[in-house]
Design a protein around this ligand. Structure first.
Ligand code: GLU
Length: 428
């Protein structure tokens, strides 16, 4: 669980303020870039299967659109808050700028618990979301996508609702759609694979064969599953995977010291990333407490769950063997933990670089939608790897040149790009 006393929006603003100070960004620009440009807060009444009506609270925010339309997922989570959405929208701006795609930053959220909703209720919720914000989205304005708790089916219901209201075909209004319905091949794998493309290039640069490394992963949703698949296919060994168990309302870590079989774990997980604990035990996995993933003797930690997981209070439990933290989740490390990671000499691949594969592939999806011509999977993944490696090298070079932590290097690149676009447009 995330530590309750951390506010992701304050974290995002603190990270921004520190870099803005070091870049000597003028006060007007700082004031503009440290908050979203537009926020929508609204309610969605949904008729439940039992005949009652439930009202869900929801958000859609645009952090910055100077480099292009706002882009970012919609998170369906019981602990969603306006501040979490503000932070995630801000990080999307930096993410799109870091991988240099012509999009801005946005994010949405619905306070709900998807596993407790029937498919019909979920469909009504998705359609209700679009009915409330359809005037504010569109391929030229703001393009939602999946995030924690939402999936391709949700995106398709949303697209269908938008097209029903506007009486046209606009597949580019939303990304992460099912393949064959405007979705891109490779989109499902893109975020996880993107993390490993970046890791692979880092390991090449530091001369460390991937086949000699071990990793421990937090989460087993879409990002973690595909990252784990590609990492193990390249020869890495995943020692432990921790994930949330819906039935018990707590997390467990599943461990196999000689390496987890990711295909086997994928087969025994549900659509929300919960691994069936009885089946895992029957397959010979050791079941440990949820937070045990962080204290494993491995080379690489891959947090792929939620924000605020790596904090000063858990930092001492990180094994001295850990050399790399690869942030698959958004905001998994709190700003007060960054100095500790830096001091210990752990190399950190920051979230808005490492997990940018999803939005990069969403951009490819939009390009394909606009052309109404669809690429093969190899073509998508080749373009994705090129974009991720290019972004990684730019960040790595700035980090080396200025002797800074990679998160700071990514911020320097992203903030400069966005601030330049704001200035060129004459907004400030
Ligand atoms: N939700 C993903 C992210 O945080 C993907 C966003 C998108 O594809 O627009 O990057």
């Amino acid at each position: 669980m995330a530590e309750a006393n951390y506010n992701p929006y304050e974290n995002a603003q603190k990270q921004f303020d520190d870099i803005a100070e070091s870049l000597n960004l003028d006060a007007g620009m700082r004031e503009f870039l440290r908050q979203p440009m537009m926020e929508l807060h609204f309610t969605i009444p949904v008729k439940m299967d039992d005949g009652t009506t439930k009202t869900f609270n929801a958000f859609r925010m645009k952090h910055n659109t100077a480099r292009g339309p706002a882009k970012g997922g919609i998170r369906f989570h019981p602990h969603e808050t306006a501040d979490t959405v503000r932070a995630l929208a801000t990080w999307m701006t930096w993410k799109c700028a870091t991988v240099d795609i012509p999009l801005g930053g946005g994010k949405g959220g619905i306070i709900c618990d998807p596993p407790s909703l029937s498919q019909n209720e979920l469909e009504r919720l998705c359609r209700g979301y679009v009915r409330k914000i359809w005037t504010q989205i569109g391929h030229e304005m703001d393009i939602p996508a999946p995030d924690v708790g939402s999936n391709a089916q949700c995106m398709l219901w949303m697209m269908d609702e938008y097209e029903t209201i506007t009486a046209g075909h606009y597949p580019g209004v939303i990304t992460g759609k099912p393949v064959g319905m405007g979705g891109s091949l490779g989109r499902k794998e893109a975020t996880g694979y993107g993390c490993i493309y970046v890791l692979k290039d880092l390991l090449r640069v530091i001369n460390c064969p991937i086949g000699s490394t071990t990793a421990s992963i937090q989460g087993f949703g879409n990002v973690a599953e595909h990252a784990a698949h590609m990492y193990t296919n390249l020869g890495g060994k995943v020692i432990a995977v921790s994930c949330w168990n819906q039935a018990d309302s707590k997390a467990y870590t599943f461990k196999k010291a000689d390496g987890c079989d990711i295909s086997e774990l994928t087969e025994i997980k549900d659509q929300y990333g919960s691994i069936d604990k009885d089946k895992a035990i029957a397959l010979g996995y050791e079941m440990l407490p949820g937070d045990a993933w962080i204290s494993q003797d491995v080379d690489i930690l891959i947090p792929c769950a939620l924000e605020n997981q790596i904090t000063p209070s858990v930092f001492p439990s990180i094994s001295k063997q850990v050399k790399i933290i690869l942030e698959g989740a958004n905001g998994p490390t709190t700003p007060d933990c960054d100095p500790l990671i830096k001091d210990r000499g752990i190399i950190l691949l920051p979230d808005f670089l490492a997990n940018a594969g999803g939005v990069t592939c969403s951009y490819f999806e939009q390009v394909q939608n606009n052309m109404n011509y669809y690429w093969g999977k190899d073509e998508v993944l080749e373009k994705l790897e090129y974009a991720m490696v290019k972004a990684f090298r730019a960040v790595y070079d700035v980090a080396q040149e200025k002797n800074v932590y990679m998160r700071d290097a990514a911020y320097i690149i992203a903030i400069n790009r966005v601030a330049d676009a704001v200035k060129l447009r004459g907004w400030l």
